[in-house]
Design a protein around this ligand. Structure first.
Ligand code: DC
Length: 218
């Protein structure tokens, strides 16, 4: 029996991870946030003083020892055995992850890891290229998006909940810059798979998005 693979792609701040986690919980399967792996790769480069834009220097670092584990059902990401799940959430890592994700060798390395996880597990995987490149044969594919202004507002609220400050204009600018970077890269760019179901969550709550997806999954 093949494993159930559910792909959720979309731009930064569309709520993919929140939604994917809820779906995985409801279905009793694992959730893999593939953005964490690009973030760990970016952290590895920054720690070594390598620019995430320097293709040659990054390629020389490969393979990077990145692994994913589950603790009480929650995904943790390990870099050279160290749990970096919290460290990769720093703001500076977001752009660095987007930059390093342009490098084909990095994408190939991480896609292989992601496919191995999908072969062995029922999984809800979220990212940018899951439905188009990593798991083109996924059982279910969704493309989750929302207006950039709404995505920026949601990020700002998330920061407030964590007692952190953020500037709306700054966040909006960085979301738009990251969209550009992710859409325009040459290899496996952010793109809706032709057979993915489009969900625009601009005017939807998380619960409504989760219900919409669950109603598609039989
Ligand atoms: O989902 P996120 O914001 O944590 O992802 C960080 C960056 O990683 C994102 O800007 C682009 C890259 N990424 C990617 O290229 N492909 C994926 N499947 C997931 C993330």
């Amino acid at each position: 029996m093949g494993k159930i693979n559910i792909a959720i792609d979309g731009p930064a701040g569309a709520g993919k991870s929140t939604v994917a986690k809820a779906i995985a919980n409801k279905l009793g399967i694992i959730h893999l946030d593939t953005g964490t792996m690009y973030r760990a790769a970016a952290l590895a480069a920054l720690r070594k003083g390598v620019s995430p834009l320097d293709e040659e220097a990054v390629a020389a670092m490969l393979p990077i020892d990145i692994d994913v584990q589950y603790k009480e059902g929650a995904q943790r990401v390990l870099l050279e055995g160290e749990d970096v799940t919290e460290a990769i959430r720093e703001h500076a890592i977001s752009q660095a992850a987007s930059d390093i994700s342009r490098i084909k060798q990095v994408r190939l390395m991480l896609a292989e890891l992601q496919r191995k996880i999908a072969e062995k597990n029922d999984v809800v995987m979220d990212g940018r290229d899951i439905g188009t490149f990593v798991l083109p044969g996924a059982d279910y594919k969704f493309y989750l998006t929302a207006a950039p202004e709404v995505r920026a507002k949601r990020r700002l609220n998330q920061l407030k909940e964590m007692d952190q400050n953020g500037d709306y204009e700054e966040i909006l600018k960085s979301i738009i810059a990251r969209d550009e970077n992710d859409i325009k890269r040459e290899f496996a760019p952010l793109k809706k798979a032709e057979d993915a179901i489009l969900i625009d969550s601009t005017y939807m709550s998380v619960e409504e998005v989760v219900q919409t997806i669950l109603s598609e999954i039989k």
